[in-house]
Design a protein around this ligand. Structure first.
Ligand SMILES: NC(=O)c1ccc[n+]([C@@H]2O[C@H](COP(=O)([O-])OP(=O)(O)OC[C@H]3O[C@@H](n4cnc5c(N)ncnc54)[C@H](O)[C@@H]3O)[C@@H](O)[C@H]2O)c1
Ligand SMILES: N[C@@H](CCC=O)C(=O)O
Length: 547
């Protein structure tokens, strides 16, 4: 029998996790350096699958190499085999009834505690794993693995409190209407990307906060950091079986999980290609399922800066450098195409941009002075350098960068390409690396350029408009209504903050369910309307039936 609920509890006030700076001499820098040193001494780690709270060592081993030192690996992990995947699903379904009937305040408390663990006890360890394993520098690791993850959890709890309080506005006399936000019938399948440790945590926490159970397949390239997040969730009190951790061969694991009759939702973040593939798998299995599965996916982008002739040059330059090159351009939101008024391009923007890009220091993440680290792995390195070649072949002018060095780590120099063809390949396709293509338009062609921005790529994730003329901002905003799910004015197109800019794009960029907002929780509940009658019926007939 569920515990009695003897009050309407309110969750504590929520604020964004304060971000520390890691400036030289700061205590946080010292703590992080120490955590990295310890991790380097102890690696490689061994990561099991975790099913029903128990480690499962399948003996089928895979490695997570370190992108800045690819001869060595951060961890060896046990890949889930068919029996492990089946046990994970069965165990999750068995854990469901207790989890969804746990009083809401207890579920909330578990995730508030998880937030404190990831931003406290586990902070530097998870940051160190994100730096060594995914090649982020200290600041990029901080805004992801500490701040965004804690924010997802705390704001998630607050949004669900608000969601649960949304009740039917009317009751006819003698009755009471209620809405209950049931967890989905079945289990949720979370498939997470390499580039944000926080996203892995959020893909399982969001459904769990509203009472779902999930099976989590992390990215092979983020296994260790995501395992630490999983451990923090366990320590916070997420019961065994509620989140099953099953790294494994992506195609096989996904095919098996998606074919299960109790598959109730996919919570995916990654490339557009893979999301579409999984969607097709779901469609092929549609007759198998008990319910129509919810498909929630945030995917690729081809994000833009549109710089109007009235923009302030220095700000646009600095925002462009950050937007394009932070985390080596490996954010879904990363800037990769710039449309700039010729008068600004020739009037200082070009020189300032190239001067700043030339200063960007490239190297391993443990050296805090490096702005740019390695790209995630061999396929990424090959893909990015081949795009640079394609741009050259198409007549693009490499203004700076253009080379790579994969001898020890996978380094690509920050690259700026000038194109005369606004529909050339690097203006169109997602590259996911430190490569920026510029198209300078005639100042008077602003309208034509808006049309180009809108129609050049299949994506609709992020974009920024730089202008000091309000009329230009308003006009561009209207014309580009569907070109980006997150739009910024005079600010780079990356860096959305939970609780401030709910995140997600449409078109080929995803289902736009807005991670970090109340909206996403609707996708993981199936509401039940309850009407209770207080007044007994004396006669079935209506006045209209009377003679
Ligand atoms: N829109 C967003 O919020 C957002 C956020 C982060 C990343 N992304 C996108 O993610 C991509 C980068 O991440 P990634 O390289 O990890 O993406 P990815 O698509 O290669 O991998 C994502 C997940 O899918 C799995 N996977 C890969 N191939 C698969 C297959 N054939 N079948 C089944 N599963 C498969 C991976 O193991 C991983 O867990 C970029 O396209 C980026 O734009 C989007
Ligand atoms: N939400 C992050 C991007 C996440 C995708 O990789 C941003 O806004 O920069």
């Amino acid at each position: 029998m569920a515990a009695p609920q003897l009050a309407t509890f309110k969750v504590p006030d929520i604020a964004n996790e304060p971000m520390v700076t890691y400036a030289p001499g700061s205590p946080e820098r010292k703590a992080l350096v120490e955590a990295i040193r310890e991790m380097e001494q102890q690696l490689p780690f061994e990561v099991p699958c975790v099913v029903n709270g128990k480690p499962v060592k399948t003996g089928k081993l895979a490695k997570q190499p370190m992108p800045w030192d690819h001869a060595n690996h951060l961890c060896t992990y046990h890949e889930a085999d068919e029996a492990t995947v089946a046990a994970a699903i069965d165990g999750a379904l068995a854990a469901k009834a207790d989890w969804e009937t746990l009083p809401w305040s207890d579920r909330a408390a578990i995730f508030l505690k998880a937030a404190d663990l990831v931003s406290g006890k586990y902070r530097y360890k998870i940051l160190a794993a994100t730096m060594l394993g995914q090649g982020k520098n200290a600041w990029q690791a901080e805004i992801d693995a500490a701040a965004e993850l804690a924010d997802f959890l705390r704001f998630g709890v607050k949004y669900v409190e608000d969601l649960y309080s949304i009740q039917p506005p009317r009751n006819t006399p003698g009755s009471w209407n209620r809405t209950e936000y049931r967890a989905l019938e079945g289990f949720v399948f979370a498939v997470s990307p390499f580039n944000f440790t926080a996203i892995g945590g959020n893909l399982v926490a969001t459904p769990a906060i509203v009472g779902n159970v999930s099976v989590w397949k992390p990215s092979p390239a983020a296994t260790y950091a995501n395992y630490l997040v999983f451990k923090a969730f366990e320590e916070a009190g997420v019961p065994a079986g509620v989140i099953q951790f099953i790294p494994g061969p992506p195609v096989e694991v996904c095919a098996q999980v998606i074919a299960h009759p109790s598959f109730a939702a996919l919570h995916f973040t990654g490339s557009t290609f893979v999301f579409k593939q999984l969607w097709k798998n779901v469609a092929a299995n549609i007759d198998t399922y008990k319910s129509y599965p919810r498909l929630v996916g945030e995917t690729g982008g081809k994000n833009f800066h549109l710089i109007h002739k009235s923009a302030e040059v220095k700000n646009a330059v600095m925002q462009t450098v950050r937007g394009a090159f932070e985390y080596q351009g490996q954010k879904c939101s990363a800037l990769s195409r710039v449309y700039i008024a010729s008068s600004l391009w020739n009037g200082g923007f070009k020189e300032q941009l190239l001067t700043e890009v030339a200063k960007l220091k490239v190297g391993p993440p443990q050296d805090f002075t490096n702005f740019i680290g390695p790209v995630i792995g061999r396929p990424a390195f090959d893909k990015i350098t081949s795009y640079i070649q394609k741009a050259k072949d198409a007549g693009g002018e490499i203004l700076i960068g253009g080379s790579g060095d994969d001898s020890k780590g996978y380094y690509v120099q920050p690259t700026v390409i000038l194109t005369k063809d606004p529909r050339s390949v690097t203006m169109v396709e997602e590259i996911f690396g430190p490569v920026l293509t510029i198209y300078a338009y005639e100042d008077d062609d602003f309208d034509k350029t808006l049309e180009l921005v809108d129609s050049t790529s299949q994506y609709g994730l992020t974009g920024a408009i730089f202008a000091s003329e309000r009329k230009a901002l308003v006009h561009a905003t209207n014309k580009l209504r569907n070109a980006a799910g997150n739009v910024y004015y005079n600010e780079k197109c990356t860096g959305a903050v939970v609780g401030q800019q709910p995140f997600g794009g449409a078109r080929a960029s995803g289902t736009n369910d807005k991670a970090g907002s109340m909206a996403i929780f609707y996708r993981f509940v199936s509401a039940r309307s309850i009407k209770e009658n207080f007044v007994s019926l004396e006669d079935y007939s209506y006045p209209s039936n009377l003679q």
